[in-house]
Design a protein around this ligand. Sequence first.
Ligand SMILES: Cc1cc2nc3c(=O)[nH]c(=O)nc-3n(C[C@H](O)[C@H](O)[C@H](O)COP(=O)(O)OP(=O)(O)OC[C@H]3O[C@@H](n4cnc5c(N)ncnc54)[C@H](O)[C@@H]3O)c2cc1C
Ligand code: SF4
Length: 509
Amino acid sequence: MTLFEEGRNRTGPATLTVDAVVVGLGAGGSMALRQLARDGVSVLGLEAGGRHTPAQFNQREDEMLPLLFQDGGGRMTADLAIRVLQGRGVGGSTLHNTNLCKRTPSAILEQWALDYGVSGASAADLDRSYAAVEADLSITEIPEDAINGNNRLLQRGVSALGWRGGVLRHNRVGCRRSGFCELGCAYDAKQNAAKILVPQAMEAGGRVFSDARVDRILHDGSRATGVAGTFVDDAGNATFPFEIRAKIVVLGGSATGSAALALASNVPDPYDRCGRGLRLHPGSVAAGVFEHPVDAHRGIPQSYECTEYLEFGRGAEKRVWILTAFAHPIGTASMLPGFGVKHMTRMRKYRHLAVFSAMVHDETEGRVIAGEGGRPVLQYAMTEADRRQLAMGLRACGRLLLAAGATEVTFPAIDAPTVTTDAALNALSMDFVRPHTLAMSAVHPMGSMALGDDPKRSVVASTGEHHQLKGLFVADGSLFPTSLGVPPQWSIYAFAHHLSPHMIDAIKR
Ligand SMILES: Cc1cc2nc3c(=O)[nH]c(=O)nc-3n(C[C@H](O)[C@H](O)[C@H](O)COP(=O)(O)OP(=O)(O)OC[C@H]3O[C@@H](n4cnc5c(N)ncnc54)[C@H](O)[C@@H]3O)c2cc1C
Ligand code: SF4
């Protein structure tokens, strides 16, 4: 029996019976797969995307975006206001994320317990799982000498203004500091789900089908009984069907994919909760021009954070995480404002640009619905409070850039608001900070199938099991009742690890 099968090479349909089937092999799904396999469970992981190896990561934006990202990197909220980047393939979004690792702050976990009825998920309850992930993924502090030009400037701005900031932690080993993290690592330095967890799952006897898109969760109205779907070819076209019968189904399709699949499968939802509560951490950037080359495209892309505007817990008044952002030429060209000569003039300053981003620890509750063919449609209308947070954060980015020595600061908005002094920045109306006027993006979808013990307010219990459909578990970013305000991957891995004993119990039940 081969443990890994590429669905694109199938020559016929497949029907299998296993104990557990995991849908989607990103951070959460891969961890669940590994934990179940290690417990001796017969488990099969199904991933809609392909299996990619470092040899394929050729550092070209035009080839890597279509290969590694959902919708070729063009996924947007339904109103086209926010670009939402998510991964596709064995390893999911961990293949091309920027490897930052932070635990969910205890204030957020306390808020979940008090306001959302989540039990058994305090910082102390989760500590064992966070520690296990820390060891699995070799999470360490980014070395001081790996801070690149862009991040050095953020550090300089933070220190000039006397604001809070610090060096971040990451999951890289043997990093060559090439700067291509978001296009996949050709040097195999990322300690991600594809490199660590999926091979460990297979060593323990777990099986994987790539190019295997799940279209439906099979159930009898009260219990999940398996999944059905189709193998896909290189172009994503359906080839042969498959049907997997299982005692439990674990959803790891992300905060967009899992909810869309549950909705398309008519999973019982008497309180209309499935898909609701979507958070994105939406953000935008400020670009500063420096007299000397910054070469922000070289080196580890993000290594320093500013937390001056970030508080956690109920009633937090500052909800913006500031860090650096940078892109390769196509990405930068798509963000820089202006047309023709104006745009070209800005692009010619590419090596002299530093870019800081403001990411909102959002309260806006978006919604995932199942569109045509079960595709996730993301409805997200940013609240006025979140819009004001973003405006505050972008002004702070501008202040940091000027404090670090920028001669000019521009925002990626219609009319390209540009300032050269603090006084001009203070006087600048931030009214352009709104959907369809400012370019916004998001890389952290969360929520949509939230945890909690009250079925009227949550989709799954604190064990991760669906309130209505026994044997259906969620193990990905969908679980979070609020946004985290920190990068989510460590928490997603940790929650999947923490909930896996409940999955094993359900198989034995
Ligand atoms: C550019 C970028 C940078 C980021 N940087 C960081 C960072 O520095 N730190 C951090 O903590 N986080 C970062 N993130 C976010 C982080 O990677 C994600 O939060 C995390 O990977 C989400 O885990 P998940 O298990 O919810 O889903 P994902 O990792 O997105 O995986 C979901 C998988 O499920 C598959 N799938 C979906 N539906 C189906 C279906 N019906 N059938 C079969 N398969 C399906 C998808 O193809 C995908 O492979 C970044 C993300 C991006 C895009
Ligand atoms: S910076 Fe490091 S982790 Fe990122 S692509 Fe280069 S070698 Fe890989």
